[in-house]
Structure formats: C-alpha cells, structure tokens
Ligand binder design. Sequence first.
Ligand code: ZN
Length: 47
Amino acid sequence: MRDIEHDTDDASPYECFDCGTVVVRTDPPGDCPDCAGRMRNRRTPLE
Ligand SMILES: [Zn+2]
C-alpha cells in the first residue's frame, strides 16, 4: 500500500476545452488528439 496524496500512477480523465474530447491518461496529454486544443484535468476544480 502507498500513502500518496497525489497518486501519479492513477489515470485521470483530461477534457479538451475546445471540442470536449476526453482522454484518460496517467500523465497530462498536453494537446487534444483531435483538435490540438488545450486539455484540462477533469479532477481539478475549475476555480
Ligand atoms: Zn479537442
């Protein structure tokens, strides 16, 4: 068992700002695979 607050081994869903494409990755994808737009981690609060 590991006690890590930010579990980087766990995949997170990333959503494209522009087209809404969601990809599940363990690391930030950077650009959208569909439109090369910016991705955000859906687990991260928007505020
Ligand atoms: Zn996109």
